[in-house]
Design a protein. Structure first.
Lengths: 213, 304
């Protein structure tokens, strides 16, 4: 079972690279949804069954695979955009940067003094690489929606790290984090709509025009 | 190595490649709702070309005449290095994977040199494109070979593919899948199939491989066509060996399984060609870089 979890984490890392390399927002939203669902499945493979685990994973799959993609794609439809046009860093360089970050994450995780049972899994490098990809998406994309996707990837990375804790992580904290995420995305959807109504585009680099003279 | 193993090996290697092209064309015509050319059409075309006289432009030198011959010879030598259907390769030694990679580079060099020799501006353009895309394919191919050497604990293709069994699938299915994905992109790029180049195009400005061989005629052109199909066969066999580490007890079943897999691969290529459009030239390096990233990632995972 642990091997399958490892293979799924490889898939998660590949989705990071897909997100860094694609310009189509609808595709990127679906990719993030798939990533969320995969992360919802992994705890089943790593930990023995318990009611608390089952509840958390079902909530995660519903929220990350259903509700959040629904909100974001609604915002995309209202703002009438389909592609991220000119990111600060091009797609090819950001793909390369993502690959380099992934490699560095593997190197870095080798140096960490991990518990012996965690060393064989790729959980820690996958978590670091996913967080780095999230940062990269947030910092290099111009459109607010791509940045929201970056934020989701960042959160997924933190969640992967939480996989190691599993049993110890209290139910309240997990659901609280999930609720925060949901509300955050909801608010971001509203903000994106306002930006697009105000500036007739959701290019966040234009927000600089708001400063006081 | 027994005679009854070598003879089917050589026959398959020499006779099957054009059939793959026929299957690809048939798949494409079924997708388009056409009857399509007969499955054996590539053989008829080759026979026709072999019967014709060659015409050589008088501005060309010996390089132009040597091009097709060296291309065919290098490709056939590379074909000898790949094991088929669990039967070991005809030539195998430690490090033959590097020879395998560079025999293709040799044939590409001579095709490009022959294209430049004609002095045609279109052919020069095609040669420039082919060589620059090859620069991006090469790192992907080498990452794949390094990862395979690591998985199979050997430096010759035969050792690697014999060591590759179901065990590796259990331990590192993800690595093999990544390698197969990267290898499929390499296969399409090396053989100038659709997302990279359209083998049926008739506009010199958009062609890559086809434009380089415009001036060849008769048997020389036949050699180039045949070498192209052998190259498709060899890289396809590489991919099939990678994905299907079969160890059939009866060699006959092994051969049948291998042939079926190769035909399925041809159908897959035909499907890709039917459902995808050719990429714009500026997008091609992006796809090739993706293949490099995939294979580098596979290497990273195999190093743990």
């Amino acid at each position: 079972m642990i091997e399958i979890a490892d293979q799924l984490l490889v898939l998660v890392l590949l989705i990071n690279l897909v997100l860094l390399g694609t310009s189509r927002l609808a595709f990127a939203i679906r990719a993030v949804a798939v990533q969320g669902v995969i992360l919802g499945i992994i705890p089943w493979l790593l930990h023995p069954f318990s009611v608390h685990l089952a509840l958390i994973t079902i909530c995660i799959v519903l929220v990350k695979g259903g509700l959040i993609p629904y909100f974001i794609s609604n915002a995309v439809k209202k703002a009438r955009i389909r592609r991220e046009m000119e990111p600060f860093l091009g797609y090819l360089p950001s793909l390369m940067a993502g690959a380099i970050f992934t490699a560095l994450a593997f190197l870095f995780a080798e140096q960490l003094p991990l518990a012996a049972e965690h060393r064989d899994l790729i959980v820690v490098p996958a978590s670091i690489a996913t967080i780095a990809s999230g940062f990269l998406l947030i910092t290099t994309r111009k459109k607010a929606i791509s940045q929201v996707l970056g934020y989701l990837v960042l959160e997924n990375g933190i969640f992967i790290f939480g996989l190691l804790l599993g049993e110890v992580m209290p139910f309240m904290i997990e659901t609280g984090a999930l609720l925060d995420l949901l509300v955050g995305i909801f608010v971001m959807g509203i903000v994106i709509n306002h930006i697009s109504r105000e500036f007739s585009s959701i290019d966040t680099s234009r927000l600089q025009a708001l400063r006081e003279e | 190595m027994y005679l009854f193993q070598i003879i089917p090996h050589i026959l398959l290697l020499l006779l099957m490649p054009p059939l793959l092209l026929g299957v690809i064309n048939r798949t494409k015509s079924i997708f388009a709702g056409r009857q399509g050319p007969p499955l054996l059409q590539p053989y008829y075309d080759l026979a026709k070309l072999m019967r014709k006289d060659a015409v050589f432009s008088n501005v060309t030198s010996w390089l132009f005449r040597a091009g097709p011959v060296i291309t065919l010879a290098a490709t056939l030598t590379a074909a000898l290095l790949v094991p088929l259907a669990g039967s070991p390769a005809l030539i195998s030694f430690n490090g033959d994977m590097i020879l395998f990679a560079y025999l293709f580079a040799l044939s590409r060099f001579f095709t490009a040199a022959a294209a430049l020799d004609t002095g045609s501006s279109f052919e020069g353009m095609g040669a420039a494109r082919e060589v620059s895309f090859a620069c991006l394919v090469e790192p992907a191919l080498f990452f794949i070979l390094i990862t395979l050497a690591r998985l199979g604990k050997g430096l010759s293709l035969t050792d690697i593919f014999i060591a590759l069994t179901g065990m590796q699938w259990m331990q590192g299915g993800a690595v093999i899948l990544l390698l197969a994905g990267a290898m499929f992109v390499v296969l399409l790029a090396e053989n100038c199939r659709i997302p990279f180049d359209d083998p049926n195009t008739h506009l010199e400005l958009t062609m890559i491989h086809e434009v380089m061989v415009l001036d060849h005629s008769g048997p020389g052109f036949g050699f180039i066509q045949y070498a192209a199909s052998v190259k498709l066969f060899v890289l396809g066999a590489f991919l099939v060996n990678l994905l299907l580490p079969f160890k059939a007890d009866n060699p006959l079943y092994g051969w049948i399984l291998f042939i079926v897999c190769m035909l399925l691969l041809a159908v897959l290529i035909g499907t890709v060609e039917s459902v995808m459009a050719r990429l714009r030239l500026v997008r091609i390096p992006q796809l090739l870089a993706t293949a490099v990233v995939l294979s580098a990632f596979a290497m990273l995972l195999s190093l743990r």
